[in-house]
Design a protein around this ligand. Structure first.
Ligand code: ADP
Ligand code: MG
Length: 331
């Protein structure tokens, strides 16, 4: 017999599709902190994120009168008009906090700079309470009991160690692309990543260590910014190639990765890849972040043109290298 799911169950299932693992909640909360123009972002997890996960920022906070709206579905302060064409923020769907509140229990302690006291909100499904509290400027978002009522999701979770690896990789990508901020990651009480404001070189040092940081060439041409490693620092995998488009870290499209490798030409041994942290600015209309639930994959228009820009920019950085004479002519 076909019957309709209860509204409660429908919501829980929808939430479990946006938040499939602690990492998803961490990503959404970091994006909110960045959208709140925070200069300091701290991420803390316990028990692989299933016991608790927390993101603290010193951003704009949420005014007392608006806090209770934040965990509702499709409520956002980021889309002023009806157009999806020129989104400048990382969030815009107003779905993250709603999903988190339905996948577990959410609390927000938040205070905008001008407001005297803070507000503490607790949301579990549609049970939402708020009270006045003490708190620093900014927002502390805390999630507990993730998937406690989604047993199937709970069963398929990775080990805490595997989740922590992914969290460190995720935050590492943000650090590389936003090195001007303070970042800290604490896992089971231990500081695992810490970064003080600096340039991309400082970020590479925080994420990968001093050795690769000392072997970087600056990229700054054709609307592409960042750094790539000298050809002598190579890896058998492409796992240290990072791209941000208009400030949003995205999966490096294979076609654009190839353009970077092409720029090295013969300088790069067969099958090897460089370290690359590249940031591309394109007109907002060329990018559609709306194709993927986590917005990690974006649809990019004019890939050919972007590939040519990346290749030229990396080529220009390598031109300073003593072996640059070995570079093949640009096609
Ligand atoms: P979205 O980010 O798509 O707008 P969310 O559900 O992630 O949707 O957040 C809902 C709203 O709550 C945001 O639009 C913002 O106004 C507010 N908010 C959430 N997190 C923060 C934060 N860390 N600092 C300030 N405001 C926040
Ligand atoms: Mg958001």
């Amino acid at each position: 017999m076909i019957r309709r799911l209860s509204p409660e169950l429908t919501r829980r299932i929808a939430a479990g599709e946006v938040i499939t693992r602690p990492l998803d909640a961490v990503r959404e909360l970091i994006e909110n902190a960045l959208d709140a123009t925070a200069t300091r972002i701290e991420i803390e997890l316990g028990g692989g994120g299933l016991d608790f996960l927390e993101v603290r920022d010193n951003g704009v906070g949420i005014p007392e009168a608006e806090v209770a709206l934040a965990p509702l579905r499709h409520t956002t302060s980021k889309l002023a008009g009806e157009s999806l064409a020129d989104i400048a923020t990382l969030g815009f769907r107003g779905e993250a906090l709603w999903s988190i509140a339905w996948a577990g229990e959410l609390s927000l302690l938040t205070r905008p700079p001008g407001q005297l006291g803070a507000t503490l909100l607790r949301a579990r499904g549609d049970r939402i309470t708020t009270e006045r509290a003490r708190g620093p400027q900014g927002t502390r978002a805390r999630v507990t009991g993730l998937f406690a009522e989604l047993p199937a999701r709970l069963r398929t979770q990775a080990s805490p160690a595997a989740e922590y690896r992914e969290v460190l990789a995720l935050v590492g990508r943000y650090v590389l692309h936003r090195p001007e901020l303070h970042w800290r990651v604490v896992l089971d009480g231990e500081t695992r990543l810490s970064h003080a404001p600096g340039d991309v070189r400082a970020a590479v040092a925080s994420v990968y260590g001093a050795l690769p940081a000392n072997r970087l060439l600056t990229v700054d041409a054709a609307g592409v910014h960042g750094a790539v490693s000298r050809p002598e620092l190579t890896r058998p995998r492409r796992d240290r190639m990072h791209l941000a488009v208009n400030g949003r870290p995205v999966e490096f499209p294979a076609e654009l990765e190839r353009a970077v490798l092409r720029a090295y030409g013969e300088l790069l041994p067969q099958g090897q890849a460089p370290l690359a942290v590249l940031s591309l600015e394109v007109p907002p209309a060329w990018i559609d972040p709306n194709v993927h639930p986590h917005k990690a994959r974006v649809a990019l228009a004019r890939l050919d043109e972007l590939a040519a820009r990346l290749e030229a920019a990396v080529r220009a950085a390598l031109a300073a290298h003593p072996l640059a004479g070995a570079l093949p002519a640009l096609r």
